[in-house]
Every structure is written in structure tokens, then in C-alpha cells.
Design a binder for this molecule. Structure first.
Ligand code: HEM
Length: 560
């Protein structure tokens, strides 16, 4: 056979093999798809009974997530309105079924469960950052770490942080004095909350003079932008596609900054431990107790217990007597001490938990405080009342706030609750459901394999629970109004076994920062609430920035 003939035989046999491959591949794919659809038949049957906007073949409702994050937010809120009567709506994102719930009875079923504790697939994007920290982990690992960490945010520990809350609030007031025109208060709140976390939960004193606290806060903000894109843009979800994008490179750089700070914090703390310099909160608490009012035992304020309905209890509500001596350590002190025994928590796990607390503890409170200041700017009459209350508590003294003072800030607390109702910093909570669940509100079944999304933003604006729900009305949290409300109709900190571990820490810290600011400044705003562009980020924010103006209050020349 000639060379040309041999070549032609080889070419035709390659062609035949390729054709055979495709001839087999196509039916194989069809068979696989048919099998895959069959295996999900139960899910499709149950999903069929849940209402939702029509979607397109294969991609479902993915197009609802196009545009900027404020457009997406507005679009989803508007579209969901047609389903408000049912208190639930379904969306398909490609093959993924998402069921959004906002009836308090259904929210209770999910949040109070000790079984439905698995986080949704979307949280995996946090993994390179937070590893398997408390926010993401599940099962036995989550249970044992939660048990270890929750007592470090007990009220007794928190009271010992009050001096640091005050000192950092005064620092931010000093910094704010340079702002004479419109500015974005979120940057200040962000930096301040990072500094406070470092000094309190991490127990590292003024470590951020080198600007790493500010850089950290900015890196977190940019990381959240990337994570948000991955949640909403279907093509950025698979790792192999994401890794080809520019975002992956930016993420690596941001994580260097973020992990750089957490590693530095742990290293410093370890060095202190080695040199024998370890101060337990228990000692500090007793040292300072003579000058502060430690007799206050009742932790509920005006029918509410630090950010949730008074009738709800979680592992942060244990009595003082139940917290043993060892457990009265600050967060990082306790983790490092536990790791000395080598049994409870490894070095890698400590890093994951530090990253988790630094993220959860800072961006949420920065958003909450920025929304509060925005509300004060918009509602001058309400701000008048807050200032009046503060003047009654402090007179013209510039003394720091005490724990007792925070209990007396009843109107300020109502304003804070109302802010968290209308602008919950964590607007959704997503869980992966491994078993069918029947919803108490309407008897419908959500199939196993679905993602259930507690839509706090919509839950908090239900007209049957909050009359005139889009009006900022702090009196919504008067005891008589809260008394008959469903416990799960107000869950800015989630609730149940996976509630926010920093709930009491956040409320105490926010009261001190915000009261200190309002003792020094009056807040103004050129925008009305209807001008706000809300952004459906991981954390709820104003897309245009938290623009406010400050006017120094005449009576207070010195920062409180
Ligand atoms: C206004 C401030 C805050 C709000 C609105 C808030 C809200 C929430 C919400 C809604 C969750 C549940 C998230 C989910 O299941 O997806 C959560 C969890 C969590 N939060 Fe907060 N949070 C705040 C402040 C803090 C602070 C100050 C800390 C720590 C110092 C903290 C630490 C955590 C942790 C570790 C979790 C995970 C708990 C678990 O799964 O066991 N948070 N938070």
C-alpha cells in the first residue's frame, strides 16, 4: 500500500472512531439527563405546587439576577409582591430550587430546628476566607465549637469590654470632627468596629496603628463584592470558570490582606501566652466591678432581650451562675487556652474562627450603625427624642457610658430595633434542606434538596405584623406592641440554635458607639428614605454610600 493510501485509511478510521464516539455520547447524555430528571421527579412534583415567576428552560429564573446589585434587589422585592399572600415564593436558578419564606410560622420551623442546621451551597464561596468557621460548619464540629465560643460572648464578659467600647467611641468622634460636608459614615463605622473587635474579642491592644485595621475593613468590603457577584452571576459559580477571571486574582490579594491581619493577631497573642502574660476576663471583670454597677441581673430591656423577642431564648441567655470560671475568658484567650490541651481545637481551626468572628463581628455592625445614623439624619423629630433621652441620662457631663446607662437608653434602643427591622444587615439566611418539610402556614411541602431562604427583609415588612411597615416608627418596639407579636417576626440576629453568637455584644457596642456620637453631633441628611438605593449584598447596604452630614452639638465642645 502506498503512503498516501495508508494515510487515507488512517484518516477514515479516525473519522469513523470519532463519529462512533459522538453517536454513543449523544444517547448517553440523553439517558443520563433522563435519569437525572427521573431521580429529581419528587422535587419537581412538590416544587410545582409552590408559586413563583415563570422561568426559561435550563436557566430558570437566572435572568432575574442581571444588572447592578441595587437593581437586582429592587427587582426581586417588586416581583415577590405578587406572592405576599402566600408568604413564600419559588425561584429556579438553573437546576437549583430556591424557596423564599417570610411567614413567621415557617421561619420558626426552620430556625428553631436542631436538625435543619446545614448552610446552603452559597456559603461555600466563603470557604477560602473563613474555612470551616462557625458561620459555615455543621454537624458535630459546629456543635462543639459553638459550645466553646458562645460563653465568650456572655454578658459578664461583655461588661468588661465597656471601657474599650467607650474609648473607641471617643476616638471615632475625634475622627468625625474633621467632616464638615456630606460624607459616607460607613468607612468610619467599619474601621471603628474592626478596632473594637481587635481590642475586645481578640484582646490585642491598639495593634492597628499601622493602618492594618482600616486596610482590613476595606479588603473585607471588596471581598464581599466578589462573593456577591458569585452568588448572583451563574457563570461565576463553578470554581474552574471563576479561577480564569480577574476576580480570582483580586480575591487572592484581598485574602492576603485579610489573613495577614488575623495571622498577626494570633501570633501576637501566642507570644503573650508564651511569655506568661495572659489576662483573663474574669480577673479584669472583678477588678473593675467596684467602680461599675455589677448588680444588674436582668438582661431584658423593654420586653426585648438584646435584639430578639423576650420570649426567645438561646445559648447566650444562660444565667450568670451557669457560666463556669474557665468560660469567662475573652474569645481568643479561651481558644488559645483550649488549644494548649491540644484536644478541643487545632491551630487551623483557631484561625478559621478568628476570621469568622472578625468578618461577622464587623461588617454587620458597621452596616447597622450606618443605617441608624442615616435614619437619625432623615427623621429629625425622632433624633430630637433620642438626644433628649441622652441629655437626661448624661446631663452636660462628658463621662463615659456605663452598663446601667445602656439600660436606660430605652428610646435609642427602640430606634436601633426599628433600624434592624427595616434594614436588617443580614437580609437573608439560607439553609440546605435534606428532608421534605411541611410548612405550618399553608401545609405546602418544600422538597429535600431545595435551598430555603429566610427573607428577613420581607418578613420584617409584613403589613399584618407591622402596621404601616415602610414607615420608620420606633414605637413598633413598645412593650405593649411587641407583646402579642410572633416571636419569629423579628429575627435580625436569626434565632434558635444557630442564632448570632455576637447578638448581645453587638447591641451593647452599638448603644455605646451611637450614644457617644449623638452626644457630640446632630446628624443631618439631604436625602429622604425613598431616595435610598438598597443593595442586595451579603450584608444589606446603601448602594450610594451612607451619606450624612454632622453638626457639632453646641453644649459639648469636648468629645464624651
Ligand atoms: C448588628 C450586628 C449583627 C447582626 C445583624 C448579625 C446577624 C447575624 C445573623 C442573621 C446570623 C445568622 C447567619 C446565617 O445563618 O446565615 C449571624 C450569625 C453569626 N454571627 Fe452575627 N450579627 C451581628 C453581629 C455579630 C457580631 C458582633 C459577632 C461577633 C463578635 C457575630 C458573630 C456571628 C457568628 C459567629 C455567627 C454564626 C453563628 C453560628 O452559625 O453558630 N455577629 N449573625
Amino acid at each position: 500500500m502506498s503512503y498516501a493510501a495508508a494515510e487515507s485509511v488512517a484518516a477514515s478510521s479516525t473519522w469513523a472512531a470519532t463519529s462512533l464516539f459522538y453517536m454513543l455520547l449523544v444517547p448517553a447524555l440523553i439517558l443520563w439527563y433522563a435519569y437525572w430528571r427521573m431521580s429529581r421527579r419528587h422535587m419537581y412534583e412538590l416544587a410545582e405546587k409552590i408559586d413563583g415567576p415563570p422561568g426559561l428552560p435550563l436557566i430558570g429564573n437566572a435572568l432575574e439576577f442581571t444588572g447592578g446589585s441595587d437593581d437586582i434587589f429592587k427587582n426581586l422585592v417588586n416581583k415577590s409582591m405578587s406572592y405576599d399572600k402566600q408568604g413564600m415564593v419559588k425561584l429556579w436558578i438553573g437546576p437549583r430550587l430556591m424557596v423564599f419564606l417570610y411567614d413567621p410560622r415557617d421561619v420558626e420551623l426552620i430556625l428553631s430546628s436542631h436538625v435543619l442546621i446545614d448552610k446552603a451551597d452559597d456559603y461555600r464561596f466563603f470557604k477560602p476566607w473563613l474555612g470551616n468557621g462557625l458561620l459555615i460548619s455543621t454537624g458535630q464540629k459546629w456543635r462543639s465549637h459553638r459550645k466553646l465560643i458562645a460563653p465568650t460572648f456572655h454578658l459578664n464578659v461583655l461588661k468588661s469590654f465597656i471601657d474599650l467600647f467607650n474609648a473607641n467611641s471617643r476616638t471615632v468622634v475625634e475622627k468625625l470632627k474633621k467632616e464638615s460636608a456630606d460624607f459616607d459614615c460607613h468607612d468610619y463605622m467599619s474601621e471603628c468596629t474592626v478596632e473594637i473587635l481587635l481590642e475586645t474579642a481578640m484582646g490585642v491592644s491598639k495593634s492597628t496603628q499601622d493602618q492594618s485595621g482600616f486596610e482590613y475593613a476595606m479588603a473585607v468590603m471588596k471581598m464581599c463584592d466578589i462573593l456577591h457577584l458569585r452568588h448572583t452571576k451563574i457563570w461565576l459559580r463553578p470554581e474552574f470558570l471563576f479561577n480564569f477571571t480577574q476576580y480570582a486574582k483580586v480575591q487572592t490579594k484581598l485574602l492576603d490582606t485579610i489573613h495577614g491581619l488575623t495571622k498577626k493577631v494570633i501570633l501576637r497573642k501566642k507570644e503573650e501566652f508564651k511569655s506568661g502574660k495572659k489576662t483573663t476576663i474574669l480577673e479584669e471583670y472583678h477588678d473593675s466591678s467596684s467602680s461599675s454597677e455589677t448588680t444588674v441581673k436582668d438582661t431584658s430591656v423593654e420586653g426585648l432581650s438584646f435584639g430578639q423577642a423576650a420570649g426567645l431564648k438561646d445559648d447566650l441567655d444562660v444565667e450568670d451562675n451557669d457560666v463556669g470560671q474557665k468560660k469567662r475568658l475573652a474569645f481568643l484567650d479561651l481558644l488559645l487556652e483550649s488549644s494548649q490541651s491540644g484536644v478541643v481545637i487545632s491551630d487551623e481551626e483557631i484561625k478559621e474562627q478568628v476570621d469568622t468572628i472578625m468578618f461577622e463581628g464587623h461588617d454587620t455592625t458597621a452596616a447597622g450603625s450606618s443605617f441608624f445614623l442615616s435614619m437619625m439624619g432623615v427623621h429629625q423629630d425622632i433624633q430630637d427624642k433620642v438626644i433628649e433621652e441622652l441629655d437626661q441620662i448624661f446631663g452636660d457631663s462628658d463621662r463615659p457610658a456605663t452598663f446601667q446607662d445602656t439600660l436606660e437608653m430605652k428610646y435609642l434602643e427602640r430606634c436601633l430595633m426599628e433600624t434592624l427591622r427595616m434594614y436588617p444587615p443580614v437580609p437573608i439566611i439560607a439553609r440546605h434542606i435534606k428532608q421534605d418539610i411541611t410548612l405550618p402556614s399553608n401545609g405546602k411541602k418544600v422538597p429535600a434538596g431545595a435551598t430555603v431562604v429566610i427573607t428577613t427583609y420581607k418578613l420584617h415588612r409584613r403589613p399584618d405584623v407591622y402596621p404601616n411597615p415602610n414607615k420608620f416608627d420606633p414605637d413598633n418596639f413598645l412593650p405593649e406592641r411587641s407583646a402579642n407579636r410572633h416571636y419569629y417576626a423579628f429575627v435580625p440576629f436569626s434565632a434558635g440554635p444557630r442564632s448570632c453568637v455576637g447578638r448581645k455584644y453587638a447591641m451593647l457596642k452599638l448603644k455605646i458607639i451611637l450614644s457617644t456620637i449623638l452626644r457630640n453631633f446632630r446628624v443631618q441628611s439631604d436625602l429622604k428614605e425613598s431616595d435610598f438605593k438598597l443593595q442586595a449584598d451579603i450584608i444589606l447596604k446603601r448602594a450610594e454610600g451612607f451619606k450624612v452630614k454632622l453638626q457639632p452639638r453646641k453644649n459639648f465642645a469636648k468629645a464624651c
